[in-house]
Design a protein around this ligand. Structure first.
Ligand code: ADP
Length: 585
């Protein structure tokens, strides 16, 4: 204990204290008589800079600082799912109840996970088993959707001397392991420091898609399960709608949603909407497999800095159980701004646009925690953590530092486009700017699981869209008549791809999610239309208007609304109509 640790300076979320020679980097401290939670982020001899996760107004020099000896950690145990936390894992509901308001929450100590809730622990390991980090000791039905696995903490090994099934609170001992350093009691509750990635046996090559049900994403710009992607876009372009749609429909089993609101009320919207969302596959509340971290901009800036680490550590924990986990962060620009503010207060040398020089390495450090991994443990299970970060570049300018640093480390770029949103083309993802570097890795999967020509159709579609953008230039200069019949057909096909395939209404209960088979069949029909029409359009005096007004075109336009069980029948009929109607022209 260092009794004379006292505050010498307070600058917003940054507090400087002396008498801190016993402190460690990243140690959690209690600041002032109000015991505000802070973290040591710089140490020079006996002087420490502390980032404080609560409002510091009213505290001043001379007040005490108390060391805790702990690093900033998250609590991991059954009870995480369905929770809504602030940036340092305090349940929002509890701090509001305790303080009577979401804005007066200083110095409140509330546990991240309930200490009184009881859980049914079923031991799956037995006395005498030789175990090491990651081995599963037992399971708990955490929600009706997810079974929680209680694991031997990483870095521990030994022989089980006691283990029991039963109904326990999370601090009860469920097993005892005899290690080289003595007996260790294992409870369901474990902790992990948020700034250190949880260990695994190693990363594997991502080779399966994170299926999202959004046609433009899955077919044209797929992200792998265990991959990292960025959605940059200006205000109002659809970042939040896209992230929520991913949370709802993507084929991950556990969702961690980190909201860093632009404004307080925006986050409130997410907070009120999310708990009402239903999991489409089970009909149960989506929250039963979700953890939310919410930072509104009226919460202290430092808590925002910590929130992405809190979120990703919880996500890694479920990955380690062998689940496919998806983490959405909306928006990471607010996180970068929090970093910039702290760095400014520390009087560090600013880099580009005032962001700290370490913006790039911190961003990389965050996204590198994504991956498909072989989990610790003796059952060679795999888990994955996919990370999708929204970025909100000021003015939609993708050349700014946060977007650029993000693109350097994510392999998928879904570029939201204000012009498309303005034209009400949703999802407003620009098909010429966006890219994915997972396409090669995933082709094999698509060809095997969906259709052999899936990859080929994807390439052809991209070519048609690129050709359209070139031909548009010509049309703008000299008009449609200057195009050859084949070029006119390309333009027509591109329009069908855009309007009937890429356009997808995120609010329509049927259209919001397209299975991969539906995506394949719909695109294939459009390409078939082009293929069949190709020999027709070169006939002399071919009337393009007739082709454009064929009834089957309307069928294609409506086909994305067909029920999943009718997909094959619907598109078989459409393909037949394409052939008969075009040949009758
Ligand atoms: P951002 O988070 O980028 O500021 P939002 O996600 O809030 O933008 O989207 C703004 C608006 O655009 C939404 O309220 C909605 O009306 C519309 N929108 C966005 N994406 C879609 C979509 N996929 N389908 C239908 N409408 C959409």
């Amino acid at each position: 204990m260092s009794k004379d640790a006292i505050i010498t300076k307070v600058a917003g979320p940054l507090v400087v204290a002396k008498g801190m020679s016993n402190a460690k980097m990243f140690e959690v401290v209690k600041v002032s008589k109000e015991k505000l939670i802070g973290e040591v982020i710089e140490l020079h001899g006996e002087e420490a800079s502390i980032q404080v996760y609560e409002e510091t107004s009213g505290i001043g020099p001379g007040e005490p600082v108390e060391l805790t000896g702990l690093t900033l950690s998250v609590e991991l145990a059954p009870g995480l799912l369905t929770s809504i936390y602030d940036g340092i894992q305090r349940p929002l509901e509890l701090i509001e109840k305790e303080a009577g308001s979401p804005f007066m929450t200083r110095g409140i100590e509330v546990p991240g996970i309930s200490r009184s809730a009881k859980w049914d622990f079923t031991a799956t390991a037995k006395v005498g088993d030789q175990v090491s980090g990651g081995d599963i000791l037992g399971t708990v039905p955490e929600t009706t959707l997810i079974e929680h696995k209680v694991m031997v903490p990483p870095n521990m090994s030994g022989v089980i001397t006691e283990i029991k099934s039963g109904n326990f609170v999370i601090e009860d001992t469920v097993a005892v392991i005899k290690t080289a350093d003595g007996e260790e009691k294992i409870a369901m509750l474990q902790k992990w420091p948020i700034r250190i990635p949880r260990p695994t046996k190693g990363k594997l090559m991502p080779n399966q898609p994170l299926v999202t049900g959004m046609r433009v994403l899955d077919t044209l710009f797929p992200v792998a399960q265990g991959g990292a992607g960025a959605i940059p876009g200006p205000f109002g372009a659809g970042k939040t709608v896209t992230q929520q749609s991913l949370a709802k429909y993507c084929n991950a089993q556990v969702i961690v949603y980190i909201g860093c609101g632009e404004r307080g009320n925006e986050m409130t919207e997410v907070l009120t909407e999310f708990p009402h969302l239903k999991d489409p596959s089970s009909g149960e509340p989506l929250m039963k497999r979700t953890i939310m971290i919410a930072n509104t901009s009226n919460m202290p800036v430092a808590a925002r800095e910590a929130s992405v680490y809190t979120g990703i550590t919880i996500a890694e924990y479920y990955r380690d159980m062998g689940y496919d986990v998806a983490l959405m962060a909306d928006s990471t620009s607010r996180w970068a701004e929090a970093m910039r503010e702290m760095s400014g207060r520390l009087e560090e040398m600013p880099g580009e646009e005032g962001y700290p020089a370490y913006l790039g390495s911190r961003t990389a450090g965050f996204y590198e925690r994504a991956g498909i991994v072989e989990c610790l443990g003796n059952d060679s299970r795999k888990g994955s953590l996919s990370v999708i970060g929204a970025v909100s570049p000021p003015g939609g300018d993708f050349s700014e530092p946060v977007t650029q640093n993000t693109l350097r480390v994510t392999k998928v770029f879904w570029a939201l486009d204000a012009k498309l949103a303005y034209k009400r083309h949703f999802p407003a993802i620009n098909w010429l700017q966006s890219y994915t570097l997972y396409a090669d890795n995933l082709e094999g999967w698509f060809a095997k699981e969906i259709a052999e020509d899936f990859p080929e159709n994807r390439r052809l579609t991209q070519k048609i869209l690129q050709d359209e953008s070139k031909l548009e230039e010509i049309v703008r200069l000299v008009g449609m008549d200057a195009l050859s019949p084949k070029e006119q057909l390309t333009m027509e096909t591109a329009r069908m791809i855009r309007e009937d395939f890429l356009f997808q209404n995120g609010f329509d209960p049927v259209d919001a999610y397209s299975s991969l088979n539906k995506q394949y069949r719909l695109l294939k029909s459009i390409l078939t239309f082009m293929d069949v029409a190709e020999s027709k359009v070169v006939e002399e005096d071919f009337d393009f208007k007739k082709l454009q007004s064929l009834p089957v075109k309307e069928d294609i336009a409506q086909s994305s609304f067909c029920a999943e069980e009718d997909v094959d029948a619907t598109f078989d009929k459409i393909d037949e109509a394409i052939r008969s109607q075009i040949s009758a022209l």
